[in-house]
Design a protein around this ligand. Sequence first.
Ligand SMILES: Nc1ncnc2c1ncn2[C@@H]1O[C@H](COP(=O)(O)OP(=O)(O)O)[C@@H](O)[C@H]1O
Ligand SMILES: [Mg+2]
Length: 271
Amino acid sequence: MNMMSEAAVEKALDQKMSTVPYKMTGKDVSVYYGEKRALFDVNLNVRENTVTALIGPSGCGKSTFLRCLNRMNDTIDSCRVTGRIALDEGDIYDPSIDVVELRARVGMVFQKPNPFPKSIYENVTYGPKIHGLARSKADFDQIVESSLQKAGLWNEVKDRLHESGTGLSGGQQQRLCIARAVAVSPEVILMDEPCSALDPIATAKVEELIHELRTNYTIVIVTHSMQQAARVSQRTAMFHLGNLVEENDTDKMFTNPDDQRTQDYIMGRFG
Ligand SMILES: Nc1ncnc2c1ncn2[C@@H]1O[C@H](COP(=O)(O)OP(=O)(O)O)[C@@H](O)[C@H]1O
Ligand SMILES: [Mg+2]
């Protein structure tokens, strides 16, 4: 058996980054809020089983782009999206697309942990119930255990599954939201500044989790922390004033970026 160390495997994976297939593709994506244009012809693709970080100064369009990927912008009345976004080749804005199904395939974790005011157990079973993924209690029990395991929360909550999810600490609540997203077996998980409401210890746990989740999911994370982008991602995309400035391997992005604006941003010259 080939006993490559974990670090060596990771290195090999990273080196082959340019050969990793795309899971989602965005072509000439523009977004308008009423008259205001928030994104300008963004061409950005997201690779499979990769963590892609979206960085850039506040208001540059990171969340707007992220929300395009599971049509969360549909919920904003003034918002209009043009261009083409595909998940495995399929246009997600095609009129035949069931948005509820799409959001099961492309799940989302928000900035502020937002568990339902229900038990931990019900938080996790909510999605599978809606999508008819399980019927018997044994099936639901199994989904709850495996989802909480994947979210690194099982050991902390297994003896109080029927207590309220809102009674957990902030970091636990965010991991519960990750368990809730994972419960419907998504292919892609979108995270919008998932650690910004967490303390450093809870942040470290969620970052470690993101690292592990990459094995099974494609992850896109918005972060205002460049250290976080460097720690958790393999690819980084930098936005500025609604434009995609540069997208590159994370290592290169933080050592030798192609664009002067990226250089200035990572040196803390603006934003
Ligand atoms: N719901 C909205 N209605 C109107 N304008 C919005 C809305 N959301 C975002 N914007 C505007 O779009 C631009 C990009 O915002 P956003 O995507 O939230 O940036 P970021 O996540 O990078 O901070 C900003 O100018 C912001 O004010
Ligand atoms: Mg944002």
